[in-house]
Design a binder for this molecule. Structure first.
Ligand SMILES: Nc1nc2c(ncn2[C@@H]2O[C@H](COP(=O)(O)OP(=O)(O)OP(=O)(O)O)[C@@H](O)[C@H]2O)c(=O)[nH]1
Ligand SMILES: [Mg+2]
Length: 410
């Protein structure tokens, strides 16, 4: 990812869903003004989700996702349908694409029934409007499933209705945007935040990682002062600034080292804890980590990362966390790992899920994963909270959030 690009986790996802040949790819191509997805009269042309990042005003950065048809058949077809459904699970808006020139609009609408009830803005795009004769009867047959305002007659040939649909999606996504950021409510004008950023061999060459960038940006947005140091410079900076420092934010992996340097009078937290709060799952993650206390040994623990990176020697997910857990509990466990968009559909074999901070996933995607864990009654936590817990400083690192800190006594 380039430094100027919007992180994928900050892009709202718009997914196009419908039967094969409904015109999903044609419509997405028309909306992005580009022949990106292959279009053909053959059913099942799109076999994998196709993504296109763009700016959609007034919502801002979005990613459009074309998907395979939901009525695909056979073993491969089933796999494709699963991919389309998984793209829809993580979407922030859904466009249900129906071929208005086909006889079976009711059946097509049936295919997407239920997918729109996830509390995300949904739109019915009736394609082929250039050849539809009786729009009124189609509109009334869709009325029961969709409000009048969310049905759009579009033509990917003439462009009819496409701008209107784009504007409606842009408006719906912008109104669901709450403008919050990593440090919202924690920093006010003039506050000094010291960020402790280790530059070790795990640090990417020549740049900062996303939670660090987002913290700096959020401090600037809130008119605060951000001072970034390596752990080796922390003591001298605190010596100069003293109690004028509003808070110290550190990388979780050097939590214990940093905690020994930062006086108790200065609140200390981590990028992971801020990220969990931002993504709306801090409380659950704090509750989830406590499960470790009750393990007998031999339990299955899933360690899941939202991004895909090259595994290094001493990798946090595959090596460090399992090592710390064994050390803390004195017991051994079965550790399993997933990366990127892959996440098990059946969570029942697991006794605990430890997820990364999820900076590459949207808030919606993270919430979906937390919801799935909750539905399967599997405790879930995140890397930073697990590390803080295993190193005995979770209570201190939650000092900025007394309500959540109180959960530790439960
Ligand atoms: N006249 C007309 N033809 C269209 C329109 N939209 C799509 N088509 C045609 O319908 C056929 C199917 O379009 P696609 O965009 O490939 O449909 P799809 O839903 O992506 O299909 P799969 O990838 O197979 O699931 C192609 O021959 C398109 O040219 C439209 O608005 N008007
Ligand atoms: Mg297609």
């Amino acid at each position: 990812m380039s430094l100027n690009a919007t992180p994928s986790g900050e892009r709202k996802k718009i997914v196009f869903l419908g039967a094969r040949n409904a015109g999903k790819s044609s419509l997405m191509n028309r909306m992005i003004n580009q022949d990106l997805s292959v279009v053909s009269p053959v059913k099942g042309t799109t076999t994998d989700p196709v993504r296109k990042a763009m700016e959609l005003l007034p919502a801002g950065p979005v990613v459009m996702i074309d998907t395979p048809g939901l009525d695909d058949e056979g073993d491969l077809g089933e796999l494709r349908v699963r991919k389309a459904l998984s793209a829809s699970e993580n979407a922030d808006a859904a466009v249900f694409v129906l071929d208005g020139s086909g006889e079976d609009i009711g059946h097509q609408a049936e295919l997407v029934a239920g997918l729109g009830q996830k509390g995300i803005p949904s739109f019915f795009a009736v394609t082929h409007s250039d050849v539809i004769r009786d729009k009124d009867s189609l509109r009334s047959s869709l009325k029961e499933r969709a409000g009048e305002s969310s049905v759009f007659f579009v033509s990917s040939v003439t462009g009819e209705g496409v701008e209107e649909l784009k504007n409606a999606i842009g408006r719906a996504l912008s109104s669901s945007d709450d403008e919050s950021s990593l440090l919202s409510g924690l920093i006010t004008q003039g506050d000094i935040a010291v960020l402790v950023i280790p530059i070790d061999k795990a640090a990417p060459k020549g740049r900062l990682i996303l939670p660090q960038q987002q913290a700096i940006r959020s401090i600037l947005d809130n008119k605060g002062v951000s001072i970034a140091v390596k752990e080796t410079e922390l003591e001298s900076v605190l010596g100069i600034l003293g109690r004028r420092v509003r808070m110290v934010i550190t990388d979780s992996q050097i939590f214990r080292f940093v905690s020994a340097i930062v006086p108790d009078t200065i609140p200390l937290t981590s990028f992971s804890i801020l990220m969990a709060r931002y993504k709306g799952n801090l409380e659950e993650a704090v509750r989830g980590v406590a499960a470790l206390k009750s393990f007998a040994g031999g339990e299955r623990i899933l360690i899941s990362e939202g991004c895909t990176h090259h595994r290094q020697c001493g990798d946090i997910g595959t090596e460090k966390l399992p090592g710390w857990i064994r050390g803390f509990t004195g017991k051994d466990f079965i550790f399993e790992h997933t990366m990127g968009t892959e996440f098990p559909s059946d969570l029942s074999p697991y006794s605990l899920i430890i997820h990364c901070g999820g900076c590459m996933l949207t808030e919606h995607e993270m919430k979906t994963r937390y919801t799935k864990a909750g539905e399967s009654s599997v405790p879930i936590t995140n890397y930073g909270i697990a590390i803080a817990y295993l190193t005995g400083i979770l209570e201190r690192s939650l000092g900025l959030f007394p309500d959540v800190q109180a959960l530790l006594d439960c």
